[in-house]
Design a protein around this ligand. Sequence first.
Ligand code: C5P
Length: 239
Amino acid sequence: MQARDRIIVALDVDGEREALKLVEQLSGMIGAYKIGMQLYNSSGPGIVERIQNLGGKVFVDLKFHDIPNTVAAAARVMTRLRCFMFNVHAAGGREMMDRAASAVAEESEKLHTKPPLTLAVTVLTSISQLELEKDMLISGLQLEEVVGRWAAMAKESGINGVVCSPREISIIRQTCGNDFLIVTPGIRPAWAETNDQKRITTPRQALDLGADYMVIGRPITAANDPREAAQKIIDELEE
Ligand code: C5P
């Protein structure tokens, strides 16, 4: 994989106009764009097609978590949208992930299209060990163990990879091996502002730790020249 293909730019903006402007500015430079709840809910699913029409691949980050039948139906919709990736919460359970993965396989076979990659979110990186025990009632296990075990459950269910913190890459590589995709946010080049991110790594460190893809938002989207910022990151990855 080329360095540029590893970069997924987070389009954390409200409006379609702003999002499409960034896609046009970065045209041909990076691997994919991530659309989260903010943009998807303000612009609707048409934004996925519009970005794809401009030649961009799309990671739809809506983190599905519902009964298996509902998530399987949403997975079919994602397949029909021809997105590049979408994700579900591992906390939704084995059957939910299994049904999502099967729905993608069935629908893409029916349509003769490339199946989207499916990703699981294990424990949100905003959750601490204390919250895991006190609020989510998962006790007797270290957070990293929960992350590793849920990642393994996702893999066993046919999910292609996980979205995780760079700190969790090694435990996931240990439990799930090298052919399981790892997508990681919290990336900050040495020259960029950290903003509200706390546990950050540089793009190069994330790559060396074993990440396949990295989600990068503000270091590119808030730069005076997003193309130049993306190129600096690509150069750093290629060094
Ligand atoms: O602008 P920045 O590079 O911080 O954007 C990171 C993106 O990754 C945002 O869309 C954010 O919601 C997402 N993300 C994250 N940390 C997580 C999970 C997702 O920063 N643990």
